[in-house]
Design a protein around this ligand. Sequence first.
Ligand SMILES: Nc1nc2c(c(=O)[nH]1)N[C@H]1C(S)=C(S)[C@@H](COP(=O)(O)OP(=O)(O)OC[C@H]3O[C@@H](n4cnc5c(=O)[nH]c(N)nc54)[C@H](O)[C@@H]3O)O[C@H]1N2
Ligand SMILES: Nc1nc2c(c(=O)[nH]1)N[C@H]1C(S)=C(S)[C@@H](COP(=O)(O)OP(=O)(O)OC[C@H]3O[C@@H](n4cnc5c(=O)[nH]c(N)nc54)[C@H](O)[C@@H]3O)O[C@H]1N2
Ligand code: SF4
Ligand SMILES: [Mo]
Length: 908
Amino acid sequence: MSETKSTCCYCGVGCGVIIEHDGDQITGVRGDPDHPANFGRLCTKGSTLHLTAAPETLAVRAKVPQLRTTRDAARLPSDWDTALDHVAGRFADIIRTHGPDAVAFYGAGQLLTEDYYVFNKLAKGLIGTNNLDTNSRLCMSSAVAGYKLSLGADSPPCSYEDFDHAGCLFITGSNTAFAHPIAFRRVEDARKANPDMKLIVVDPRRTDTAEAADLFLPILPGTDIALYNAMLHVMLWEGWIDQAYVDAHTEGFDALKKLVRDYSPTSAADICGIPKADIEKAAEWFATSSATLSLYCQGLNQSSSGTHKNSALINLHLATGQIGRAGAGPFSLTGQPNAMGGREVGGLANLLSAHRDLANPEHRAEVAALWGIDDVPAEPGKSAVELFEAVKEGQIKAVWIACTNPAQSMPDQTLIHEALKTAELVVVQEAFEHTETCAYADVLLPATTWGEKNGTVTNSERRISRVQPGVAAPGEARHDWAIVCDFAQRLGHTLGKGALAERLFAYDGPEAIWNEHRESTRGRDLDITGLNYAMLETAGPQQWPYPEGATGGQVRLYEDGVFPTPSGKARFVVTEYKATAEKPSARYPLHLITGRLRDQWHGMSRTGLVARLYSHETEPLLHMHPDDLARRDLGNGDVIRVKSRQGSVVLKVLETDTVRPGQCFLPMHWGGNAMAGTLGVNALMPSAFDPYSKQPELKHAAAQVEKVTSGHPIVAMRRVDVTKENPYEVMARIRTRLAALPYASLTLAGRDVPVVMLQSRVEEHEPELINAIDAAFSLDDPTQALSYADPRRDIGKRARIDDDILTAVRLVGETKAAEWLAQLMTVGASAAPMRRWLLAPVTQPPEGGPTRGKVICNCFDISEDAIKAAFDAGESIEQLQARTKCGTNCGSCVPELRRLKNQYRLPA
Ligand SMILES: Nc1nc2c(c(=O)[nH]1)N[C@H]1C(S)=C(S)[C@@H](COP(=O)(O)OP(=O)(O)OC[C@H]3O[C@@H](n4cnc5c(=O)[nH]c(N)nc54)[C@H](O)[C@@H]3O)O[C@H]1N2
Ligand SMILES: Nc1nc2c(c(=O)[nH]1)N[C@H]1C(S)=C(S)[C@@H](COP(=O)(O)OP(=O)(O)OC[C@H]3O[C@@H](n4cnc5c(=O)[nH]c(N)nc54)[C@H](O)[C@@H]3O)O[C@H]1N2
Ligand code: SF4
Ligand SMILES: [Mo]
């Protein structure tokens, strides 16, 4: 057995992990006690990383290049030479005929810095197009634009250790407890050490993060700017402005002062739907605390006024001098593990290497000189939404997608799917071949992924960590940077620029690429010329800037009050409040919000492989307030159709008072794979975007909800013994048989033994469809199954027991027992005592069989019912933890334990 130090491939907290392996197979993972982001801790996702690399997951890995030469043909296994020569030939043809802007690249903040760097150089340096954008456009581009507008550079000024020095923490548009769990553990620690610290949380929903707040502001969605402007209004009125700081280090305050006169707390209370007194209290705590740190994420960025939301918040820091000191500053949390690294190398259609701007001719000349080429194209490239629009319009003929799944994650999925159908050539560079986007690939290039890759990433606090391989690539998969460099040289030769391409892409490994990137930062705000790979390995991860000769990275920026603007002063931005692009109307009365679940990652290509990561939220569910359900005569668990102006999806409804009446919440993870028959959640989202950052408004849509009453419910489930069968192959088989269903939810359940779960409605009694489902669930042999049929009532049921364990069930027409049957199956208890009840219409077996509610503590498998029972019996959180260990490992569920103990009510 060996161990390799690396970094978690999920969120921007950037936790260090130690990969346990035998050289061939990853066997375990634990937190790296020496890593300064997490000091040994991991959340539910990080601590199950090894399960995403279990032997059976090889079934869904992309392992060999695949190719089809005509659209109607099936993709066939190929080899690297054939696949890359084919793509080089097609790219060269298109570039020669239509110019370099007829091709485009769409990447991701999950690529390593080295991968990103060569993609950028391929597009902007060799081909001569700036059509290189990434999913960071959906994620961080408003934060980038906000920092640059207000402070002059895209450099988050804070660090995690600032949590320990803050007197007031202002968390807005961030569900830190779910999306940056280990950062939230550090916030919890800081509050324990400093009980006087005030925590303010701004979120339309009562999230687990909000549950922990001293002051919770459940603003109406999209109304942030009105709130921040009103807070500034109060600060001015009360004399809480740090005038000396404003005078010495900022400009533009007068124009802003004029604007915020109109934002009285009374008018903002009305716009935001919160009490005036709470706005005043928030302003007081923010302005008068010893140090105020704000943490923010997609609740600000993913908005049609995302840039100004960022700037309106930064305005508050500048006006009160809450910046450039320990514990103070505007701290944008990055989403993806290398969202920051992508920005460093200029991986967006409007950026260039080392925080340079494409629009700046000097910057273009500097990069051209660094690369040894004549020039970098001046014409800005297309941003994500514009890029896919251009693909659909036929302006862009070939699109190369790497490390992202736009056929799930982009807004307006109808447009995206049409674009991918229209494109002349779609190249997909992926680690897992079961994503929605792979279905459109003409060429699928298999990439290595976490556990196999080698390079660096930068986390939210500007800290660069090494990513190192424990095991070899599966099949013929190659590293992303290597695929790009190989392709670049082939394309160069085809285009008659062979010598140039060979020179530009002559790297013998990721370190050579990183060293070139390092050189590009010399003298810039993110200067890392004092670092090298060996240092990152021996001295550990380091923060930038870290120029040559420095003895350490910089923990905090702007301590001297000098900002990277022409005048050296930070800028107040006049930020006017504008409503979300989509507003509820009589026809679409609900404000739909999207966001994240604790245990799933984006389109679920990785977390969706791990059965236990479904136990916290088992299936696609629309979260709705009880009043809204009652108004529509809906009950918890009813099947509904959600419609927006863009599209519709069918799923179940979850009754919850964590959203206010008039709003509803949909997790962003469920795509067309999990919600078969639909285009997934983002079928509903509009592609309106912020004018400065071009980041789409993925958080907000107007929606209506109606009950689906046609047809009969069907539930089918099957326990998969991974030593005999592959669960993902079982799911794939089921998926191919689902074509006849109008919609279906296809998920996993269970813990050590996965259970495949299908839920849908069949329009009428369709024996062929039901036979097909029975076949997929191993229920087609009547001699092997218990059955019950009442054709006149359209009820039919089957159950199968193998070795005294319930292994498969299918219920049509009447599905009351589905929940406890699933429980019985996942637990794998003896089916004998339940045998008489397996096909009965009972929500609970009379013997009091297993029902437990959702699993709250994933580490120790402890359910909501058990926790509620303990609290009902008078146990404290500490007593529960002492007895069951609940929440004592990764701690991800501690906020939820607190919520169950102490419910907070939202205003109507
Ligand atoms: N578990 C998990 N963690 C993740 C990820 C994941 O997929 N799963 N993805 C990572 C990535 S890439 C990202 S970008 C981050 C995202 O991290 P976050 O932004 O923290 O997560 P979200 O749940 O998308 O949105 C945060 C909150 O914004 C609130 N919100 C919605 N509209 C508004 C508004 O108008 N104003 C305010 N103030 N709040 C609003 C939502 O209710 C939600 O609770 O998470 C990272 N971490
Ligand atoms: N409605 C709504 N939509 C949203 C959001 C929201 O809040 N609401 N959030 C948006 C945000 S912030 C983000 S960041 C996006 C995320 O959206 P995506 O970028 O689509 O998210 P992932 O599913 O993480 O896609 C990454 C893909 O890369 C593959 N992969 C993993 N490792 C590697 C590797 O090393 N190399 C290669 N080549 N491939 C690899 C994975 O299998 C996966 O398919 O979603 C956005 N969409
Ligand atoms: S908080 Fe969780 S998901 Fe994020 S880096 Fe750490 S272990 Fe990974
Ligand atoms: Mo993101």
